[in-house]
Design a protein around this ligand. Structure first.
Ligand code: HEC
Ligand code: HEC
Ligand code: HEC
Ligand code: HEC
Length: 441
């Protein structure tokens, strides 16, 4: 009976998905699909070190570890990638012949995986490939109604991915991925995700999966402003903001001779090397106790976020070891789009904000005083705002724009910058000491 239902479902797509012969085969095929996606993760093993020898030159468009994944060379649509041939021609070939390919001199997977793994991969290549283009075209012709999204996505996927597909911080919002990389999403829906408890939905047929894809494509993408302010708070103190494990050794790029070499947590903060004014050695932090001699990040303002994310993974930074993918992405968005020209807002030599205190006062009274008190002294875990704003106006402006890591302070980036500078000017006129005034009701 079940076979019959499957046959009807798949027949409506012109037999683009091979029928599942038996439960054993079905399990083998989806496992093969997950190995195809990321065999080392599925097997909980380390991929070989370095780039796959097929690639002779260093590549900026792929991580060395990824060069060993089948999908990297043969594509999510199985039609080939990086100029390498696809595997569509081996559909229906005997698993033994495919295992032989996987053991050949190009692949050498016989040294990296067991016989059962190779067998599952071969089963996938032989019986598990889907004609992605026709599936996606068919789904486009009859998109699923919105109610179906509620019914299936929220119940099957929403528990892990959140009702809008944006909950997991190790990956991009699902809606974004479904629009940009539909073949990958279909492969994952069919076969599940390597070494994660995600269900494989192959047995429900191509039409079902294709409709899930069209629903996914309607989910919201990234909220750029939210990404930038989150990046700004990570720049300030990513260990607090991301709730990350505190580091036990100083950042390797922090100069041993600089003043705070003994303060491990501080040496890992972006602001400590690159400055609150983002100018590094060429700005307000070129001298004094916080000087490290590091260059600033102003030069990469406006650069492609992907290029900046690559810098954060480089040998100097290695932030990919401690931060999630989306955090790196948010940091990159901040560096690219979130920096302001601090010199235009604050006179570097005197530290005076270039605003109008009178214009800023009423905004301070309405937006800030509820938490900070009318004289900026109420929050006792921090210095009075009058002192902070004079001693470090760059930090104050950064925090007004992006919020305070791990605290409820609102990020006011979307307000007019001049208004924020006016409020900062007002702060600089508030009392520097915490007097016993009516402020601390
Ligand atoms: C670093 C790149 C690379 C990776 C990774 C890779 N392959 Fe290949 N594969 C190739 C190349 C190159 C060929 C030969 C294609 C040609 O003849 O042009 C090939 C051929 C094949 C073929 C035969 C295609 C045909 O039509 O004859 C199959 C099947 C295959 N690979 C499966 C896999 C599987 C499964 C994996 C993962 C376990 C994998 N490959 C990983 C590069 C790669
Ligand atoms: C048990 C939890 C769980 C369920 C249920 C689940 N997922 Fe996932 N999914 C994950 C995790 C965890 C990842 C991230 C894996 C990683 O770290 O790369 C992921 C990754 C993905 C990816 C890869 C995205 C990327 O950018 O790499 C896609 C696509 C995906 N899931 C789709 C779905 C769909 C569609 C459903 C429902 C049919 C679903 N998932 C159900 C946990 C789940
Ligand atoms: C311990 C010091 C240190 C910390 C902490 C640090 N960096 Fe850097 N960063 C450097 C050094 C040194 C360079 C210059 C490397 C070079 O010239 O190759 C650099 C370069 C950069 C650049 C490239 C600038 C350009 O114009 O080429 C960017 C962007 C950057 N860092 C962002 C960040 C971000 C974001 C963080 C926090 C997540 C961070 N850095 C944390 C030391 C640090
Ligand atoms: C919802 C409450 C809330 C509001 C509204 C708020 N803040 Fe804050 N602010 C905080 C908290 C909490 C902190 C972190 C205190 C700490 O370090 O423990 C903070 C920190 C700061 C700091 C950094 C102080 C330091 O020690 O570096 C500045 C500057 C600041 N706020 C300015 C403002 C300004 C200006 C406004 C209005 C535009 C504002 N805040 C509105 C709660 C708020």
């Amino acid at each position: 009976m079940k076979r019959f239902v499957l046959a009807v479902l798949t027949a409506s797509l012109g037999g683009m998905v091979p029928l599942l012969a038996s439960a054993d085969d079905a399990a083998s095929i989806v496992r093969g699909g997950r190995l195809y996606d990321h065999w080392s993760r599925e097997l909980k093993e380390r991929p070989p070190a370095g780039l796959h020898p097929i690639f002779t030159a260093r590549r900026n468009d792929m991580l060395a570890a990824d060069s060993w994944r089948c999908k990297e060379c043969h594509g999510w649509d199985y039609r080939g990638n990086h100029g390498i041939a696809g595997i569509r021609g081996r559909q229906d070939d005997t698993p033994a012949a495919i295992v032989a390919v996987l053991k050949d001199a190009t692949h050498r997977y016989g040294e990296l995986m067991g016989e059962q793994d190779l067998h599952d991969l071969a089963n996938f290549v032989s019986h598990g490939q889907v004609d992605m283009q026709s599936v996606i075209a068919a789904a486009r012709r009859s998109p699923a109604p919105a109610a179906a999204h509620e019914k299936y996505f929220v119940t099957i996927c929403g528990g892990c991915h959140g009702p809008d597909g944006r909950k997991l911080r190790e990956i991009a919002p699902l809606g974004e991925t479904a629009r940009q990389r539909p073949h990958e999403v279909l492969h994952v829906i069919f076969n599940g995700h390597p070494d994660r408890n995600m269900p494989a939905l192959r047995a429900l047929g191509a039409e079902f999966s294709a409709r899930r894809l069209t629903c996914l494509q309607t989910l919201p993408g990234e909220n750029l402003s939210a990404s930038i302010v989150h990046g700004g708070r990570l720049y300030d103190d990513w260990q607090a903001e991301a709730g990350a494990r505190r580091q036990s050794l100083p950042h390797p790029a922090y100069p041993a001779s600089a003043h705070f070499a003994g303060d491990v947590a501080l040496t890992w903060r972006c602001k400590e090397c690159h400055g609150w004014d983002y100018r590094g050695k060429d700005g307000a932090y070129g001298g004094g106790r916080h000087a490290t001699g590091t260059k600033g990040i102003r030069g990469v303002a406006g650069a492609a976020p992907a290029r900046i994310a690559a810098i954060l993974r480089d040998a100097t930074h290695r932030f990919d070891a401690v931060l999630k993918e989306r955090d790196l992405h948010d940091l990159a968005n901040f560096v690219s789009l979130g920096q302001v020209d601090m010199d235009a807002a604050i006179d570097r030599a005197s530290g005076r904000a270039r605003g109008d205190a009178g214009r800023g006062a009423p905004y301070f009274g309405t937006i800030c005083a509820a938490c900070h008190g009318s004289q900026g002294q109420r929050i006792i875990t921090t210095q009075p705002l009058g002192r902070v704003a004079r001693a470090n106006p760059w930090e104050s402006l950064h925090k007004m724009m992006n919020g305070h890591p791990d605290e409820k302070m609102p990020a006011l980036r979307e307000l007019d910058l001049q208004l924020l500078i006016d409020v900062l000017t007002h702060l600089q006129g508030l009392p520097e000491s915490r007097s016993l005034d009516a402020d601390r009701r």
